[in-house]
Structures are given as C-alpha cells and as structure tokens.
Ligand binder design. Structure first.
Ligand SMILES: NC(=O)c1ccc[n+]([C@@H]2O[C@H](COP(=O)([O-])OP(=O)(O)OC[C@H]3O[C@@H](n4cnc5c(N)ncnc54)[C@H](OP(=O)(O)O)[C@@H]3O)[C@@H](O)[C@H]2O)c1
Length: 281
C-alpha cells in the first residue's frame, strides 16, 4: 500500500480525532491542524497546511447547528468562504482534498431515501453554509471528494448520541423527537471510509451512513435498553421541540454509490452503536 503525506484540518474535532488515529494505523504520515494554532479562515494558515502534503482532509467546521442561527457570519466564514479558499489553494498546488458535508443540505421532504443527485434545500443557517461551501469548493475546480455524513457519534464528541448519554446520567426522563428519521453513524466508520477514499483518491460526491434507519427516539430507547438505564423517554414531534434551528424530518441516505466502490463495507447502525456503548462502559 502506498504511504501518503496527509494534512487533517480540524484534527481535534469528533471526526478529525478518529481520522488521525485511523490514518496513522494505516501507516500514512499524518499532520493534524487545529485551533488555536490553525484557523481555517486564515489564508496563510491554509497555505502552510496544504503546501507540504499530497492530500488534505477537511474536518474543520462550525458545527453548532442551533448557534449558527444567530452566528451566520461565523458559520459562513468557516463552512463556506474558507472552504472555497481551501479549494483554490488545493487547485493551485495540484493536491487532492476530501471535504465533509452533511444531510442538513436537504430539506427532508423527499418521500423516499436520498441519493447524491437529489435537489438540496437546507432548512437552517448551518445547512445553508455547508451547501455554499460545497458549491465554492466545486467551483474552485480542485481535485476533490465531498462526503456527506449524517448523525455522527464518536468518543471525542458532543453530538446527539453523546448528549443522550450525558443526559441519562442526570435526568429521570427525557423528551425526544420521534419524527426525524436517519442513521446514526460512527465517526470511527467514517474514518475507515476516508482511509479507503485516500487510497483510491475517489472523486465526486458521496453519501455515507450506517445501514438501516431509525428515529431519534428509537436510538435513545436503544441506548437506554442497551445500558439497562431507568430513564423514561417521552416522544414528541419536532414542531414541539424548542431548538432554534429546524431539522429535516427525513435524513435517510441511499448509499449505493459508496457501496459500489466498497462493497460489504457498511455496518448495521444498531450493532455498531452497541459495540460503541460496550466500549464506553
Ligand atoms: N456531527 C454530526 O452529526 C455531523 C453530521 C454530518 C456531517 N458532519 C460534518 O463532519 C465534519 C466534522 O464534524 P465533527 O462532527 O467532527 O464536528 P466537531 O467535533 O465540531 O469538529 C469540528 C472541528 O472544527 C474546528 N473548527 C471550528 N472552527 C474552526 C476554525 N475557524 N479554524 C479551524 N478549526 C475550526 C473545531 O475546533 P474547536 O474544537 O476549537 O471548536 C472542531 O475541532 C464537519 O464538516 C461536519 O459538518 C457532522
């Protein structure tokens, strides 16, 4: 296997952490870039990060979905403008970039599962900024792969699963939406896939999620059952949730495109989450 020199931007984040670990296990030479020393909105920092490697993986993002509603300028600067600038530098220096995006580029109104060519229509500021980043990146003309992920969780994280785990420790009951459908996806699995993409230098847009679908309520119930917790769950509709940002109700991905590149790669959401919970115990 060819050893590559790779820069991981946002290496202290939930995904960046697993990407670094996985690439190192595969014996690639990896350099992580993270705040405060590295700011993706700083042109000189981008040049420094890109110059001495062949491959760049951009895991840096403004990911506070609700916070973005009142911080549009920051979300745009990090998730859109900086990604366009990164694309221009990658193009100029003739490198290869893997960029991460999200199911929040869709409005969730499709009757069926999403594929790569479906129309986008983000419902919130975060989703709009991520979609703008994708567009600016494509317009830069650099060699790239965009991987849209959904509902990720990992050991270094603060996502939905991690929040449920925290809240079950301090609360007797939790109210959870039961009308948002998707697939909880381990960042460790996304990192394994990114390692394969690095080795294949695949280009274009791909959707990736664990196999199978569930509502957020079903996932929370799975965690409670799996850990034998006493917490009671109360289902509610998204309309009754006080979150500032609207979320898509349907985030179901059809991953045939990635399956055709890497057959038998994806794992079932429940067995992978079950393994993750065992590791947390
Ligand atoms: N989490 C999900 O459910 C989910 C779902 C779909 C797609 N994604 C995508 O997956 C990618 C990775 O997200 P994640 O879940 O790993 O999120 P995360 O844990 O929030 O990691 C993002 C990282 O970006 C860094 N960052 C923010 N602003 C920066 C800046 N100006 N310069 C440099 N670094 C900056 C953050 O630094 P600090 O630690 O200093 O804040 C953080 O370490 C993102 O593109 C996200 O949109 C995530």
């Amino acid at each position: 296997m060819t050893k590559h020199n790779i820069a991981v931007l946002g290496s202290n984040g939930m995904l960046g952490f697993d990407v670094i670990r996985t690439l190192q296990k595969c014996r690639h030479n990896v350099i992580g870039f993270s705040r405060p020393m590295f700011d993706i909105t700083n042109h000189d920092h981008l040049i420094d990060a890109v110059s001495n490697v062949e491959i760049i993986i951009n895991c840096a993002a403004y990911t506070n979905v609700d916070g973005a509603e009142s911080n549009q300028l920051t979300a745009d600067a990090v998730n859109a403008v900086a990604v366009g600038e990164l694309g221009k530098i990658v193009k100029k220096l003739n490198k290869y970039l893997i960029h991460l995006s999200t199911d929040f580029v869709y409005d969730g109104r499709k009757n069926g599962v999403y594929i790569e060519s479906d129309d986008t229509n983000p419902l919130n500021v975060y989703g709009k900024s991520k979609l703008k980043g994708e567009t600016l990146l494509i317009n830069s003309g650099c060699r790239h792969c965009i991987l849209r992920l959904e509902w990720t969780y990992g050991h270094n994280g603060t996502g939905f699963i991690n929040k449920i785990l925290d809240r079950t420790k301090t609360r007797d009951s939790l109210t959870i939406v039961n009308d948002q459908h998707g697939s909880p996806t381990a960042t460790a699995e996304a990192a394994r896939l990114i390692c394969k993409l690095v080795e294949n230098q695949a280009e274009g847009l791909y959707l990736f999620a664990a196999k199978g679908y569930a509502t957020r309520y079903e996932i929370a119930q799975f965690i409670i059952d799996n850990l034998n917790l006493k917490t009671t769950l109360i289902p509610c509709a998204s309309d009754y949730s006080p979150a500032p940002a609207k979320r898509p109700l349907n985030s179901k991905f059809n991953c045939n495109k990635i399956d055709s590149l890497f057959p038998e790669f994806r794992t079932d959401w429940d067995s992978t989450l079950g393994d993750f919970l065992k590791e947390m115990k």
